[in-house]
Design a protein around this ligand. Structure first.
Ligand code: NAP
Length: 322
């Protein structure tokens, strides 16, 4: 048995520890062992490491990490998404299923790709594969102040949105969303009536909602928008992507009968691995070109325990480097 250094979760209540772990073995014609160069610490990684993600099996110890930039044995660089059943990417080496990998140029900005692909692919894949966004469409991003929300502003603009509205809690972070290119912002406050009025005034005529929050803010926004819409039979596409505000929602049935509301999800399962892979090369090119992406904050993998608990600055994503 050979071992490698890795971030190892031994309890769902603690951050991972840096320690030895058995090097995984590739199986079948599509799998290879590769050297990890950089792996992003995304919310999905945290929920997997706390046992709370919907794909979690409850098995410990585990190595977290859902994607990474890696170097193959022939020296080439790839970005890849990990298979849920495998050892994760926060390790010196990992097994890659080449059907979930895309080639990167030798001069790829490894840290930026590792930081940006996960947050950016949520809206990129949603707007390519889950809804049809017509040129000039009006897009609302619920949860626009996070990394995925900020990337969604850039993605929507790049894909031809005519108007972009960002909604979030933090006023300073909302200002940054405006600087990124949003045409208007809505602050989510504890005053539900005022927040509903803001959605009615600013977002009643949107065509697509990209929702990273769900739960109470999504229910409030949905109701306010549909009630304020000039023509309720005009289609509203609601793409559910994250659940930062909670995993459950209560919606009056009348909302669906009284308006042309289409709710779909975007995530593992709603789009096949091949469907994701098909979208990734073009997104990686945008990230490499600097048109879309978040700022990486690189940390040594050996410091994973500290990096895990330190708060990220707005627009920043921790990237662990073995
Ligand atoms: N399905 C997919 O393909 C996919 C891909 C990427 C991400 N996601 C999901 O998308 C979500 C966001 O990811 P991210 O990378 O943007 O995370 P992030 O950078 O940590 O940002 C989280 C955002 O959620 C906001 N937030 C947290 N709790 C909230 C609440 N109770 N009410 C309103 N806003 C709240 C935060 O607002 P403040 O700024 O006010 O703290 C912040 O803007 C996560 O659930 C993630 O798992 C899904």
């Amino acid at each position: 048995m050979t071992t490698m250094n890795a971030a190892v979760v031994t309890s769902f209540d603690e951050p991972p520890h840096y320690r030895g772990f058995e090097t995984p073995t590739p199986h079948g014609e599509h799998e290879v062992l590769a050297e990890v160069l950089a792996a992003g610490l995304h919310p999905r990684v945290r929920s997997g490491a706390s046992g709370s993600h919907y794909t979690s099996t409850g098995t410990l110890p585990m190595v977290p990490g859902v994607d990474a930039v890696a170097r193959l044995a022939d020296g080439s660089l790839v970005y890849f998404i990990s298979d849920d059943d495998r050892v994760g990417t926060m390790a010196e080496r990992t097994v890659i299923d080449l059907r979930r990998a895309i080639p990167l140029p030798e001069d790829a900005d490894v840290a930026r790709i590792a930081a940006s692909m996960n947050p950016a692919m949520s809206s990129w894949v949603a707007l390519h594969a889950r809804v049809e966004m017509t040129p000039g469409a009006s897009v609302l991003i619920l949860g626009a102040t996070g990394s995925a929300g900020r990337a969604a502003v850039q993605v929507a603009r790049r894909l031809g949105a005519g108007r972009i509205v960002g909604a979030g809690r933090d006023p300073e972070r909302l200002e940054a969303v405006t600087r990124l290119g949003a045409d208007a912002v809505i602050q989510l406050t504890d005053d539900a009536d005022a927040t509903a009025r803001a959605f009615a005034q600013t977002a009643a005529e949107v065509d697509v909602v990209i929702d990273y929050l769900w739960a109470a803010p999504a229910a409030l926004a949905m109701s306010a928008i549909l009630h304020a819409r000039a023509d309720r039979s005009r289609r509203l596409d609601w793409v559910q992507i994250g659940s930062m505000a909670g995993s459950d929602i209560t919606l009056p049935s009348a909302l669906f009968r009284s308006a042309n509301l289409h709710v779909v999800g975007n995530g593992q399962g709603s789009v096949s691995p091949a469907g994701y892979r098909a979208q990734l090369p073009a997104l990686a090119a945008e990230v490499q070109a600097g048109t879309i992406g978040v700022e990486p904050r690189t940390e040594p993998l050996a410091d994973v325990e500290r990096a895990w608990t330190e708060r990220e600055l707005p627009g920043e994503r921790v990237v662990l480097v073995p």
